[in-house]
Design a protein around this ligand. Structure first.
Ligand SMILES: Cc1cc2nc3c(=O)[nH]c(=O)nc-3n(C[C@H](O)[C@H](O)[C@H](O)COP(=O)(O)OP(=O)(O)OC[C@H]3O[C@@H](n4cnc5c(N)ncnc54)[C@H](O)[C@@H]3O)c2cc1C
Length: 175
């Protein structure tokens, strides 16, 4: 096990839209950001099909392609993008410590945590197969694709109520 140490000004953990947005700003501010992409380079949008709600893509775009665009823009300004997963952190002192893949310690003046969130799926095989083809975890993202149709919402908490309120304007019937 190696025990390399490295100090960076700005460390970004995560490579979804939030991580790349941070990288573009940090790189343009000459903070020389280093990004670790984690287990899902490009984040959640790499597992979807069409993204229709992002400004700048008048015809929509595919999630994985959009994330390649984010990456290219961050690289254009010099972001150092790396494979690796943050396995532990120590934020108790003035210099922040992050361990990558359990064997490389990075110290950083600033750490930007952009590790995202994930949907709580039901765990059905059909849910994976139909993800992006009628099954969705985001009404605001995908409700437009189902306008005029009958939809079912699984869940009964605040989030489900919010999603239902949004879909009520678009869909014929929701259950
Ligand atoms: C199937 C699907 C379809 C969607 N469609 C749309 C849509 O059409 N429109 C829309 O607006 N939104 C959509 N969303 C929601 C959108 O994907 C999220 O809102 C967005 O990706 C959140 O971005 P983020 O950068 O915060 O995090 P994420 O995209 O979740 O990225 C998190 C990143 O953190 C990394 N990471 C996590 N832990 C670590 C760690 N310990 N060390 C290093 N890296 C780590 C991961 O590898 C990943 O790169 C969809 C989501 C899904 C799942």
């Amino acid at each position: 096990m190696s025990n390399e140490n490295e100090h960076v000004q700005c460390l970004i953990i995560g490579s979804g839209p939030a991580g790349y947005t941070a990288a573009i700003y940090a790189a343009r501010a000459d903070l020389k950001p280093v990004m670790y992409m984690g287990l899902q380079p490009g984040g959640q949008l790499t597992i979807t099909t069409e993204v229709d709600n992002f400004p700048g893509y008048p015809k929509g775009t595919m999630g994985p392609e959009m994330m390649e665009d984010f990456k290219a823009q961050a690289e254009r300004f010099g972001t150092d993008i790396r494979y690796g997963y943050a396995t532990s952190v120590d934020f108790t002192g003035p210099i922040h410590k992050v361990v990558i893949d359990e064997n490389k310690t990075i110290t950083a003046d600033t750490v930007i945590i952009a590790t995202g969130a994930s949907a709580k799926w039901l765990g059905l095989p059909s849910e994976q197969r139909l993800n992006g083809f009628g099954v969705s975890a985001c009404a605001v993202c995908d409700g437009y694709f189902f306008r005029g149709q009958d939809v079912a919402i699984i869940g009964a908490g605040d989030t489900a109520a919010e999603e239902a309120t949004y879909l009520a304007k678009l869909c014929k019937k929701y259950t």
